[in-house]
Design a protein around this ligand. Structure first.
Ligand SMILES: CC1=C(CCC(=O)O)c2cc3nc(cc4[nH]c(cc5[nH]c(cc1n2)c(C)c5CCC(=O)O)c(CCC(=O)O)c4C)C(CCC(=O)O)=C3C
Ligand SMILES: [Fe+2]
Length: 365
């Protein structure tokens, strides 16, 4: 076993969603994302146009590679000189190929870290299914893969979001004491929200956890800014047929309503996302910004955690904790403002696939 603080792991997979990096990749990417899910063609064409606005290129892979570089440097600073490689579910570099590259470089025990902080089928189990699929590849024979659990409550993610929100809000309130605060995340089908989380008594973990982080950030902001701060959770990027219930309200609809109530500035905090990919630069910076302008509201968009050193350092802590667990130790759970990352959150039945039962890589073994 390697003698460094990340042992027994000898490599890190930064496990991400993927996105097109050129116009010719847009349609194949969309077909892979929606394969068999019955997303109407009309919606696919519409989403394709969002990418067209940015030259057919999503920033997501470049942002992922940048995060991987930062994480690699942070781990090296702590004495763990290991490769950190981006592997995607829906676009090159695919998970299987990224893992095969790590194996070719000598890795036999990889730790996978998702670029999704939250629990739901889309952000949790679907990544675990992707790893189970990847491990069918003969190039990966003998490879062991462990995963970091959803980390929305970790200090690196939660406290960094709080700092970013408080900075933006303080400035907005100086200009406009009536500025409103909206937290934003990806909408998901109501049925997916209902079953998100580790077990029956923990249903709606996706929307409840977002609401809990929003409330904790408001408490911290109230203390720091010396006045009562409230916020609301809103959603973006809804898809699926209109007949199907998805989480609401949509961020744009809520901005219109706030304008009708007389609000003139809105601070929008995308706590659902770790970087400025399409959901942020299109749904918020393009679409919601146009709505805000139309109804005369000044929109301030809070940065995502991205490669903020506080976030990178927090991710390194989580990787070190996971390594300690793999060595049979019991590191204390990380927490911030009363929110705690449970040590064993990914129970075998968590965040079920409602369409079909498929193998998913377990979290702890
Ligand atoms: C919870 C969640 C996250 C966060 C967790 C995570 O990060 O994993 C996320 C991330 C992302 N979603 C992304 C893109 C897309 N998501 C789609 C469709 C869907 N997302 C869903 C949920 C989520 N999605 C759901 C329930 C669907 C319906 C179809 C299905 O049941 O799967 C579609 C299809 C077309 C449409 O929008 O309808 C696209 C193109 C990109 C890439 C952006 C870029 O390219 O920069 C990213 C990071
Ligand atoms: Fe999505």
């Amino acid at each position: 076993m390697a003698d460094h603080p990340l042992a027994p792991f000898d490599a890190v997979l930064l496990h991400s969603f993927g996105g097109p990096e050129g116009p010719e990749e847009v349609l194949p990417f969309l077909r892979r994302v929606t394969g068999g899910k019955g997303i109407p063609d009309e919606r696919l064409r519409e989403v394709g146009q969002h990418y067209d606005l940015f030259g057919g290129r999503s920033p997501i892979n470049e942002l992922g590679r940048e995060l991987a570089r930062h994480l690699r440097a942070e781990l090296a600073d702590r004495g763990a000189e290991v490769p950190v490689t981006l592997g995607n579910r829906h676009s090159p570099p695919f998970t299987t190929d990224a893992l095969a590259e790590l194996v070719a470089g000598g890795a036999d025990h990889v730790v996978a870290l998702r670029t999704s902080a939250w629990r739901s089928y889309s952000g949790c189990r679907s990544y675990r299914e992707n790893l189970a699929d990847a491990l069918e590849d003969p190039r990966l024979d003998g490879l062991a893969v462990d995963q970091v659990s959803p980390y929305y409550a970790s200090p690196g993610f939660a406290a960094t979001n709080a700092e970013l929100v408080i900075d933006a809000l303080a400035e907005a309130l100086e200009r406009d004491p009536d500025a409103r605060l909206l937290f934003v995340t990806h909408s998901i089908p109501d049925a997916m929200d209902l079953t998100s989380g580790p077990g029956e008594d923990e249903e709606r973990d996706y929307s409840r956890a977002h609401a809990a982080l929003g409330a904790a950030i408001c408490d911290e902001a109230s203390r720091r800014l010396g006045r009562e701060i409230t916020g609301e959770l809103t959603f973006c990027s809804r898809s699926g047929p209109p007949t199907m219930a998805w989480l609401e309200p949509d961020v744009g609809d809520r901005i219109e309503e706030l304008a009708a109530e007389g609000a003139t500035s809105v601070v929008v905090a995308p706590i659902g996302f770790v970087s400025d990919h399409m959901e942020v630069i299109y749904d918020l910076d393009t679409e919601a910004a146009a709505t805000a302008e139309r109804v005369g509201v000044r929109l301030v968009r809070v940065p995502t955690v991205g490669t903020d050193p506080r976030f990178v350092s927090g991710l390194a802590d989580l990787l070190m904790d996971r390594a300690a667990m793999a060595r049979g130790e019991s590191p204390p759970p990380r927490s911030w403002a009363g929110l705690t990352v449970p040590p064993t959150p990914c129970a075998p039945g968590c965040c079920p696939n409602l369409r079909e039962a498929r193998p998913a890589l377990g979290d702890l073994r």
